[in-house]
Design a protein around this ligand. Structure first.
Ligand code: M6R
Length: 606
């Protein structure tokens, strides 16, 4: 989704820094970019369609004068990707410039009204903002802060905004309602951006704006207030634990590969999470009449695996519902006996936030698992477990998936302990085994990466894939299929293996690739039957199986062996070959797995 940056510096030109920060936001997904600065009572602006590198080669983004400026990467919603629709947008007098992330819902009405007196050049919803502010300033002669506040009171929708005005050249006015925005504090310089990784090389001191708040940022002064009303809010400065190196490729060709390799480390950190928070969450789940797990995309697959873990280890009845369908599926079902376990890497996914808000408004308690401190989901939650994966830059979620799984495993074990479903020594054994998973991943990558690469290269030209698993491995299969679709653009479907004979099997013809996820758990015998069905139709069988599982090896054309993993935790280790397979299929096909087309790292629209 769109990325925004603003910088106000006492002494130095800001455009090279805005350019660098925009590059750090590229992972969010975008189709055009631009920068505007203030210099000698005028706005200077460069923007275009395309990648930042191409725009920079054409326009030189570092050569805008001025010590105050804003920048933007646009992910098109209203209007095609084009130079005209790229941000920043300006008013008729070219004195006010705005960058925006989100959607203004009542823009058509506002545009019709403003269109009588103002000239619009783009198709965007954003362009109404500079014109509205211009009109308020012209009529009332107020300052930018006051005009912005009045303008925002007329606007409905989601936004993170940064506005500059040539008559107040050392100031950024920012506002947030439903789209992420952080303020960064430096020495004689202040920043704002859509997310923390954009600011890491410049500062690790941040202030998090809440929805419904706006701020006036001057180099040595930040004042925050509510948009509706005159309430001043004390800025709380928060030290970010992430380092700039964590958001660099560190010698790997892509973030996705680096993040796959970082998984043992991310997992170790998460397995060391404070036991108190795990215990508090387990107690809330235990006290609930109903538990719903909700999330989107990869996090949804973690949620699905979590449902199996909670039922297997701690006999907890829960339902996993993809967040975009949550409200429709639970109308009349949520009350104050309900707990929502919401999972979101970014903590900013609009579908998941929407599900959470709906449940909260019906009295539910909210427990969340997220990787980003201070993210919106954490602020909507009664309890939050922060996974310890460090920043994830690749659009494809990898390390955050396995830390979500580990968190769910820890919660399930704690709940089993509380209710006495497992005895002390059983729990200890499971915990010990869980602690072995980072080592198993390390071994798997070391031993199997080149084989996985070869298999991926050999099959990268296939048009369709089927991913099958049973029980908890259905979630692993779904995640493998999603990874292949999103980074290699190969059509694939995932099914519970038993369900495949009710339809998907019709697709099978000689050489059709079917990937089976087959840990040696209670589903093993049945999945062999499903492999036989596919083999009988001459499918090419690829299996992820225990390294000692000679039966599966015999039945499969290719097998990736995984060191012994305790069965309820198998998704944590069995997904690794599937992530690598998707990565190598993507690179073989010539795609950049870090920036898949049409996708954004954090999807902040419904
Ligand atoms: O930040 P979230 O975990 O809420 O994001 C949810 C999905 O948008 C995300 O998992 C998406 O499916 C990824 N691109 C998957 O790799």
């Amino acid at each position: 989704m769109c990325g925004i940056v603003g910088i106000v510096d006492k002494d130095h030109p800001v455009s090279p820094i805005i350019h660098e920060a925009l590059q750090r936001l590229e992972y969010r997904g975008y189709d055009s970019a631009g920068i505007a600065t203030i210099y000698q009572n005028a706005i200077f602006m460069k923007k275009d369609k395309g990648k930042i590198k191409e725009i920079h080669e054409k326009l030189d983004l570092d050569k805008l004068p001025g010590t105050t400026g804003i920048g933007h990467t646009r992910w098109a919603t209203h209007g095609l990707p084009s130079r005209i629709n790229a941000h920043p947008h300006v008013d008729c007098t070219n004195k006010i410039a705005v960058v925006h992330n989100g959607i203004i819902e009542n823009f058509l009405d506002l545009r019709e009204e403003l269109g009588k007196r103002h000239t619009f050049v783009s198709e965007t919803d954003t362009e109404i903002i500079p014109h509205l502010i211009e009109e308020i300033i012209t009529k009332t002669k107020c300052d930018l802060r006051t005009a912005t506040k009045r303008a925002l009171q007329k606007i409905r929708g989601n936004y993170a905004l940064v506005i500059i005005y040539v008559k107040e050249p050392h100031k950024l006015v920012v506002a947030r309602n439903g789209s992420p925005l952080v303020i960064g504090i430096g020495e004689k310089v202040d920043y704002c951006a859509s997310d923390i990784p954009a600011l890491l090389p410049f500062t690790r001191k941040v202030v998090l704006l809440n929805d419904g708040e706006m701020a006036t940022i001057q180099c040595d002064e930040i004042s925050i207030e509510t948009i509706n009303g005159a309430v001043a809010v004390e800025p709380k400065i928060f030290d970010v634990p992430w380092t700039p190196e964590m958001a660099q490729k560190g010698g790997y060709p892509h973030f996705m590969l680096k993040e796959i390799h970082e998984q043992p480390h991310a997992l170790n950190g998460t397995l060391m999470i404070r036991p108190e928070i795990i215990d508090q969450i387990a107690k809330v789940l235990n006290d609930s009449e109903k538990v719903y797990i909700t999330a989107a995309g990869t996090s949804n697959h973690a949620g699905l695996a979590g449902k199996y873990m909670l039922s297997k280890l701690s006999a907890l009845r829960s339902q996993a519902i993809t967040s975009s369908e949550f409200q429709e599926s639970t109308v009349n079902l949520i009350d104050d006996g309900t707990t929502i376990l919401a999972i979101s890497q970014s903590g900013e996914t609009a579908d998941t936030l929407n599900a959470v808000k709906f449940a909260k408004s019906n009295g539910a308690r909210i427990v969340s698992i997220t990787n980003v401190m201070g993210s919106t989901i954490s602020r909507l939650s009664d309890l939050t477990l922060y996974t310890q994966a460090g920043p994830e830059i690749g659009v494809a979620a990898t390390k955050t998936f396995i830390v979500q799984l580990a968190s769910l495993a820890l919660i399930s074990l704690q709940l089993a302990d509380i209710i006495g479903k497992l005895n002390g020594s059983e729990i200890e054994q499971f915990r010990e085994e869980l602690l072995q998973t980072p080592r198993i991943i390390e071994k798997t990558i070391k031993k199997q990466e080149s084989l996985i690469r070869d298999i991926a290269y050999e099959h990268a030209n296939k048009q369709n894939f089927l991913f099958l698993g049973r029980g908890i491995s259905t979630a692993t299969a779904m995640e493998g299929s999603l990874k292949l679709k999103e980074v290699a653009y190969i059509h694939s479907e995932a099914y519970p293996a038993g369900e495949s004979k009710h339809g998907a099997i019709a697709l099978i013809e000689p050489g059709f690739p079917v990937v089976f996820v087959t840990p040696p758990d209670e589903t093993h015998e049945k999945i062999i039957g499903n492999i036989m069905e596919m083999k009988a139709r001459e499918a090419t069988i690829m299996s992820i199986a225990d390294e000692q599982d000679y039966e599966i090896q015999k039945l499969s054309d290719k097998t990736i062996g995984i060191p012994q993993t305790p069965t309820p935790f198998s998704p944590i280790t069995y997904v690794i070959p599937l992530q690598l397979f998707a990565y190598y299929a993507a690179t073989k096909r010539g795609y950049d797995p870090d920036k898949p087309r049409n996708l954004a790292k954090s999807v902040t629209v419904l």
